[in-house]
Design a protein around this ligand. Structure first.
Ligand code: AMP
Ligand code: ZN
Length: 466
């Protein structure tokens, strides 16, 4: 079987075949770093994490680019309100974003370009669009893209272009654009922008949002690449506009596949900053939930379905994860007297094939999780009847580690250990090697004050949260 994904462009499932046959180059629209991301945003980043992990599991390489939008109306307004330079303001939220990704076990992308570092590339792209007749400057100095010039406009979102233009004519004068649906490539400087501006052939200003993604994706992945992702709200206008800009400039196909996830909703409405119905990851962790529980929640529904967020579902995940951890602990125990992995027991022999078959079908996570939990169920039953041999247990642990490369919540993760704790644990080992028991006890007490203990295991001392 091959990995088939739903391509929004064709509205059908297609086999994933990277352009170069080996490495999937994917671009992911990233956060606007004006505030903490909410878990609706993380639903999109989690879907993209599952995708990159499964692409690798399928035997392809991955180069993923996720941009950071660090200049727009919101970032500028907030930095001016706080009286700090734009970069200083956005850095706080860039750092927070990376911390949150780590808490959720999201694998890092290969590149995180910030828009403000790619303005020359954006200007060059706009110049090409001018040369090719797709761009024009309006009276206020801003530069727009003329959607009438691009025959393919509306293909991704399946827009009714006739209808669009009839409606557009009404608002034309108001905008100083040839067509009200034309979008800004370059925004002329206005006093509200403070000291945020760049010089360009069209005067001072800053790039529009859509051009940022076209310029950064093509710079880092090439003019044609494999997958472009985002939430369904990105389809129009953002992704439609990216296609128009990029393909008009290069004359080549831009992204081969387009993948979009459904919304995280609260009581039937999209979780969003503007509706105020959002939770940041920090809030949820402060309530005592773990990143792993949130990860499980965000992954356990199919990415194209909308997912209703409710705390009672997070509570239910605790039970599911506990079940997984108990199963894992039983395997570890059984594996203690094994040396090399043997054959998989009959109850785990089909697991991988079932998991893969489900995931190959546009990441059918329900089928994949059914394969996992059926194995846990059958394994627990079998182990209650007969102890599992060490070799068999090692084989199941190997399988579990393998599936966890995709899921990232199957195997209990060591809690992130602070540097001070790691150093104290190392100092304790040294003290014990020197038979300095008083020092060893002193370190143990200090660790306890920090909320940590140490467990001596065959692989050496391991820090444990108390
Ligand atoms: P934004 O900061 O609004 O540009 O959103 C960043 C990413 O999060 C985009 O890919 C959006 O599609 C996605 N996103 C925003 N809100 C939600 C939501 N409630 N559910 C799923 N994805 C979302
Ligand atoms: Zn984008």
């Amino acid at each position: 079987m091959a990995f088939r994904i739903y391509n929004t462009m064709s509205r059908s499932k297609e086999e994933l075949r990277p352009i170069d046959g080996k490495t999937v180059r994917m671009y992911t629209c990233g956060p606007t770093v004006y505030n903490y991301a909410h878990i609706g945003n993380f639903r999109a980043y989690m879907f993209e994490d599952l995708l990159r992990r499964y692409v690798r599991f399928s035997g392809f390489g991955v180069v993923q680019v996720q941009n950071l939008t660090d200049v727009d109306d919101k970032t500028i307004k907030a930095s001016i309100a706080q009286g700090v330079p734009l970069k200083t303001y956005t850095q706080t939220y860039v750092d927070a974003f990376f911390e949150d990704l780590a808490k959720l076990g999201i694998e890092p992308a290969e590149h995180y370009p910030a828009a403000t570092d790619y303005v020359p590339e954006m200007i060059a792209l706009i110049e090409t669009l001018f040369e090719k007749g797709y761009a024009y400057q309006s009276e206020d100095g801003s530069v727009y893209y003329s959607i009438d010039k691009f025959a393919g406009y509306g293909m991704l979102a399946r827009l009714d272009r006739e209808g669009m233009q009839a409606g557009a004519r009404v608002a034309q004068d108001e905008y100083g654009k040839d067509n009200a649906a034309d979008f800004a490539l370059w925004k002329a400087y206005v006093p509200e922008d403070g000291d945020v501006w760049w010089d360009s052939p069209w005067g001072r200003g800053r790039p529009g949002w859509h051009i940022e993604c076209s310029a950064m994706s093509m710079k880092l992945l090439g003019e044609s690449f494999d997958i472009h992702t985002g939430g369904v709200d990105n389809i129009f206008p953002h992704h439609e506009d990216e296609i128009a800009q990029s393909e008009a400039a290069t004359g080549k196909p831009y992204s081969k596949y387009w993948m979009h996830c459904g919304y995280l909703v609260v009581d039937g409405r999209k979780m969003s900053k503007s509706l105020g119905n959002f939770h940041t990851l920090r809030e949820i962790l402060d309530m005592g939930y773990t990143g792993r529980e949130v990860r499980y929640e965000l992954l356990s529904s199919h990415y194209r379905q909308s997912l209703n967020f409710a705390f009672k579902s997070l509570d239910a995940n605790r039970a599911a994860l506990k079940r997984l951890d108990e199963f894992h602990a039983a395997l570890r125990e059984a594996a203690a007297d094994g040396t090399v992995a043997g054959e998989l027991p009959a109850w785990a022999a089909e697991t991988r094939a079932r998991f893969t078959e489900a995931m190959d079908d546009d990441m059918n996570i329900s089928g994949a999780l059914a394969a996992v939990f059926d194995t846990v169920h059958a394994g627990n039953k079998a182990m209650a009847d007969h102890p599992l041999g060490g070799g068999e247990a090692l084989a199941v642990l190997g399988l579990w580690n393998d599936l966890d490369r995709v899921l990232g919540f199957l195997v209990p993760r060591e809690e992130a250990v602070p540097a001070e704790v790691r150093e104290l644990v190392a100092a304790r080992s040294l003290a014990r090697a020197n038979k300095d028991w008083a020092e060893s006890d002193r370190i143990r007490d200090r660790l306890a004050e920090l909320g940590w203990g140490v467990k001596d295991t065959p692989e050496g001392p391991k820090p444990r949260k108390l």
